[in-house]
Write a protein that binds this ligand. Structure first.
Ligand code: ARG
Length: 462
């Protein structure tokens, strides 16, 4: 579609400089919006005819041509040219080439300013639905893994120091909750952007008798934007979406950080499948968790997208400014990155082997049941602050004498507090420690199984 005459060339005496054409064009990236642009145009033209602004015959001709352009674009038959500037003009030019003067009526009562926001909203609506599915698949995988690992005990950490034993299933379901909030955030964001912008035109609306309700209905928008100036100036929804995507990436990244650490020889908690790791070009023994590392790295990239959109918007005068064209690359990048990462992560975690014996052994060391000893004393009526101090002294004694909480004799325990009884040995077993935390949100097997049942019930209801 070469050719240099711009639809806006009326008031210009000289053609655009070649490098300016290249500098200002967005066609190289906004071409991926073509389906939505055509969908929007068909709805618009239908409304124009419904309102008697153009004739039904003209609308019919335009719609038929738009449908054939869509088919050709789907088949890659139409090559885009820099002189097209953007996807709206590329499609309009092709329409006029196919329908002559009639095609020139499509842009009645519309501006590229409301058109581009429409395209992006339609695009994002579709992509967000895809991301919902990917999140859902990941959550399903987490539940599957949690069920498989229901008896695996691992050390839980705070400050990267062994803290208290937990079920691996409890760890996995912690991420289930995070991804559930991510999905909710996306739903809120979608509710806010699922609003018809068309009709705002350049910024002030139009003198022509449009019917925005008709267009909204055709494009399945439940809500119509209420202020034409806000409509063309607003990109909050893009910032909000990228923020939601950045949080998904942050959650994946934290999970990946654990997997990287857990797959070291030093930890040995997991083995990521060969299919999701790579080798070293020099060290033959290496099996590197590159996929997990790349997801962690790509989180930074999506943060970059967020910073870009926030910075682009800051300080823009009302209403539309060409700066806003810069919203698309960060948006597309965030969409593509989060989708790629979610799907590869789900596969990877599904094929990761958890070494339960190694985890158990690690949970066993490091005085991870010291809090249980303190709470044992609380049950005997000792104030917690005091029991904390008593157990602190027991731990210090063990460290000095190279002992552990479970190889101290009852007499040893009683040296620190005479209310200890023989059942203390039972109370510091890992299984007992885990299963005693049997309340809403606790790590006991019964509590985790209950949570799994609730989750499964929820997803059946959805
Ligand atoms: N390519 C432009 C964008 O992405 C489309 C809107 C252009 N509008 C204009 N008046 N130049 O924002």
């Amino acid at each position: 579609m070469a050719g240099n005459k711009k639809p806006w060339s009326g008031r210009f005496q000289k053609p655009t400089a070649k490098n300016v054409e290249k500098f200002t064009a967005s066609i190289s990236f906004d071409q991926r919006l073509y389906k939505y642009d055509i969908e929007g145009s068909i709805a618009h033209v239908t409304m124009l005819a419904g309102q008697g602004i153009i004739t039904p015959a003209e609308a019919g001709k335009i719609i038929k041509a738009l449908e054939s352009i869509l088919k050709d674009m789907n088949q890659g038959k139409i090559l885009f040219d820099l002189s097209d500037e953007d996807i709206h003009m590329a499609i309009e030019r092709e329409l006029i080439r196919r329908t002559g003067e009639t095609g020139g009526k499509l842009h009645t009562a519309r501006s590229r300013n409301d058109q581009i926001v429409l395209d992006v909203r339609l695009f994002l609506r579709r992509e967000v639905d895809d991301i919902f599915l990917l999140l859902h698949k990941l959550q399903e995988q987490l539940v599957r893994s949690a069920k498989n690992e229901i008896s695996t005990i691992m050390p839980g950490y705070t400050h990267m120091q062994k803290a208290q034993p937990v079920l691996l299933a409890h760890y996995l379901l912690a991420f289930w909750d995070m991804f559930a909030r991510d999905a909710e955030r996306l739903q809120n964001c979608k509710d806010r952007f699922n609003v018809l912008p068309l009709g705002a035109a350049a910024l002030a609306g139009t003198t022509l008798p449009i019917d925005r309700r008709q267009t909204a209905k055709k494009l399945k928008f439940p809500v119509i934007s209420q202020n034409s100036m806000d409509t063309v100036a607003d990109r909050d929804f893009i910032a909000e979406f990228i923020f939601a995507a950045a949080l998904i990436m942050m959650h994946l990244s934290r999970f990946c950080e654990d997997l990287v650490l857990w797959s070291t020889d030093e930890f040995g908690f997991v083995e990521i499948s060969d299919a999701y790791t790579t080798g070293s070009s020099i060290m033959p023994q290496k099996k590197n968790p590159d996929v997990a590392e790349l997801i962690r790295g790509k989180c930074g990239r999506v943060y970059g997208d967020l910073l870009a959109i926030m910075t682009i918007l800051k300080g823009l005068p009302m209403t539309y400014n060409r700066d806003l064209q810069e919203d698309k690359e960060p948006l597309f990048d965030a969409v593509d990155t989060v989708k790629d990462c979610l799907s590869i992560f789900t596969e990877m975690i599904g094929q990761t082997k958890f070494h339960s014996a190694k985890m158990y052994q690690a949970a066993y060391g490091g005085f991870s049941t010291a809090t249980d000893v303190a709470e044992y004393l609380v049950k005997k009526g000792v104030p917690f602050r005091k029991s904390h101090e008593i157990v602190g002294k027991i731990v210090a004694y063990c460290l000095r004498n190279k002992k552990n909480l479970d190889n101290l004799s009852l007499a040893d325990y009683q040296k620190f507090y005479n209310g200890f009884r023989a059942d203390i040995q039972e109370n510091i077993k890992l299984e007992k420690a885990v299963n005693s935390r049997n309340h809403i949100g606790g790590t006991a097997t019964a509590a985790v199984l209950k949570r799994i049942r609730e989750i499964e019930k929820q997803s059946v209801q959805k």
